[in-house]
Design a binder for this molecule. Structure first.
Ligand SMILES: Nc1nc2c(ncn2[C@@H]2O[C@H](COP(=O)(O)OP(=O)(O)O)[C@@H](O)[C@H]2O)c(=O)[nH]1
Ligand SMILES: [Mg+2]
Length: 298
């Protein structure tokens, strides 16, 4: 792509041209971190969009909640971008389809743009594409960018480097609260959402969670907020939007965003993806044990 076209794409993005956004997202998926050689302007930042991470176990109701959030934010005239990262989706089209259906009320709405991303870095962690896609959404001037990630293992904690603010969704049947804490979720959560509060045992679970947070000796953790929701009925969503709007107005998240630690986390993700590509092309050359040995001879 020539420099001229490159400039145009970023300029069109800044003018909220969704076609340009779609093209750029496809380019990001196709070329990975290499996109920065033709589109270094992608790293400009407008500090516009509030990036909200929504992470939790599969089936917790993340997509349902996002669908409701979009609806209520649109009523307030806010524009919303969504990046849904589900590592399982390449293997189960159902996961993608499921998300499409739940989000589909908003297709055709010019204030909403949704993108699913199946891949993850095979060396672990979030795909570098997520970092760059978030930047693209940011440049396109959305008010909110919602990032749905499946939070199960340690690697998923990386969402904290991508999002300005992380809400962890738990459900009563996820049972062992302590287990969730061990997985490091406590460290990254700005808000705990207890979804499916209509389910039996929800009250007990809420109390357990409160007790766990209250016992944490680290300053600030006792004050962590817990919000019960019933995503299917939109219950708790106005309260969530209230919290988000107030947080968005605070200056703190912008400082966190431009920290060196964050930039280095992004560099790590991009380098990992770049290395993976190199590894793949080198591996494909191997046809014999001799070829394999050659890889490690100076
Ligand atoms: N009972 C109940 N079911 C819910 C609630 N929220 C979502 N669900 C259902 O849980 C299932 C998984 O929801 P989904 O949004 O796909 O979860 P995700 O994997 O976290 O994105 C769907 O069948 C939803 O209808 C809730 O608050 N209460
Ligand atoms: Mg989902």
């Amino acid at each position: 792509m020539s420099g001229d076209q490159t400039g145009n794409l970023i300029q069109r993005l800044k003018a909220q041209d969704f076609q340009a956004l779609a093209r750029l997202l496809t380019l990001i998926e196709r070329s990975g971190p290499q996109i920065l050689s033709s589109h270094p302007d992608l790293l400009q930042t407008t500090h516009q969009a509030f990036r909200l991470g929504i992470t939790g176990p599969p089936g917790a109701g993340k997509s349902t909640l996002i669908g409701r959030l979009i609806k209520d934010l649109r009523v307030q005239g806010k524009t919303v971008g969504v990046i849904a990262v589900d590592p399982s989706s390449p293997f189960s089209r159902g996961a993608i389809l499921g998300d499409r259906i739940r989000y589909s009320d908003h297709s055709g709405d010019a204030g909403v743009f949704i993108r699913s991303l199946g891949s993850r870095g095979s060396l672990g962690g979030l795909s570098a594409s997520v970092y760059m896609m978030v930047r693209a959404f940011d440049l396109a001037g959305f008010d909110f960018v919602l990032i749905e990630t499946v939070g199960v293992g340690q690697t998923e904690l990386e969402i904290m480097h991508v999002a300005d603010w992380v809400s962890v969704i738990l459900v009563p049947e996820s049972g062992d609260t302590i287990q969730a804490m061990k997985a490091g979720l406590l460290e990254i959560a700005n808000l705990f959402i207890v979804n499916k509060s209509d389910r039996p045992g929800a009250d007990i679970f809420l109390h357990e969670l409160e007790a766990t947070l209250a016992l944490d000796p680290r300053p600030g953790y006792q004050a962590l907020r817990i919000l019960p929701t019933i995503a299917t009925q939109g219950q708790g969503v106005p309260e969530l939007i209230d919290i988000l709007t107030r947080t968005k107005d605070e200056p703190t998240w912008r400082n966190k965003r431009s920290s060196t630690g964050r930039l280095q986390a992004e560099a790590r993700a991009l380098l990992r993806q770049q290395m993976e590509r190199t590894i793949e092309s080198m591996a494909q050359v191997v046809q014999s044990p001799a070829d394999l040995a050659k890889l490690f001879q100076a």
